[in-house]
Design a protein around this ligand. Structure first.
Ligand code: GLN
Length: 206
């Protein structure tokens, strides 16, 4: 199994290191050819406007959105959640999209630049997960098909899953807790390596 990490900008090196510690090869993805043979892809935290522009400039947007439509597993953290949402405020291009949520970028306001808190994540079990938020998006609408994996005390949903797509408003890659990475590995393993999902895409882009 190989899980790609989108490496256009942002905290991709931390994701690669987390998968390395789990023993899962995690090649960096910058060009359409890099998508071949992957079981899944992580879109890291960073600046969603920049990543959105680079996804289009580097020719990744079209193949990726087709792969996602076929069930290719993806996980977005923070800016990655924004790019996987059905709809977001203030982005230069369309989202990919993978999850039926609407998000507001920087929706907690500039004064909440970053904070950390313990959250219960039932799919991970005990203990609570240390969630690091850095100018996170706020989920403003959630479709009926979307599972809520974690909420703050005020009810704000901060982790969601729809099919093989996962999104967290916080940054597991900035902690030493590998349980979210392990959870995504399980999603990728359960999805199987459907070669047709990536190889037919590669043909249409070459
Ligand atoms: N505020 C950033 C954005 O809108 C996301 C921040 C992050 O990924 N930590 O893209």
């Amino acid at each position: 199994m190989r899980i790609g990490v989108l490496a256009l900008q942002g905290s991709f090196a931390e994701h690669v290191e987390s998968f390395r510690r789990l023993g899962v090869p995690a090649p960096e993805v910058r060009l359409p050819d890099d998508l071949q043979g992957l079981g899944g892809l992580v879109i890291p935290g960073g600046e969603s406007t920049t990543m959105s522009r680079l996804l289009n400039e580097f020719g990744l947007f079209d193949p990726l959105s087709r792969m996602i439509a076929r069930g290719f597993p993806v996980w977005g953290t923070c800016a990655g959640m924004i790019l996987l949402a059905r709809q977001s405020t203030a982005l230069p291009h369309a989202t990919l999209p993978a999850i039926d949520i609407a998000v507001e970028r920087n929706g907690w306001g500039r004064q909440v630049d970053s904070y950390e808190t313990e959250i219960d994540v039932p799919v991970l079990g005990a203990p609570a997960f240390r969630a690091i938020f850095i100018r996170p998006p706020v989920i403003t609408d959630i479709g009926a098909q979307v599972s809520r994996l974690a909420q703050l005390d005020d009810g704000a949903v901060v982790a969601v899953r729809q099919g093989n797509a996962l999104a967290t408003a916080f940054h597991p890659e900035l902690t030493t807790d590998l349980r979210f990475h392990g959870y995504f590995v399980q999603i990728v393993a359960a999805a199987g390596t459907d070669a047709a999902r990536t190889e037919s895409i590669a043909l249409t882009t070459s």
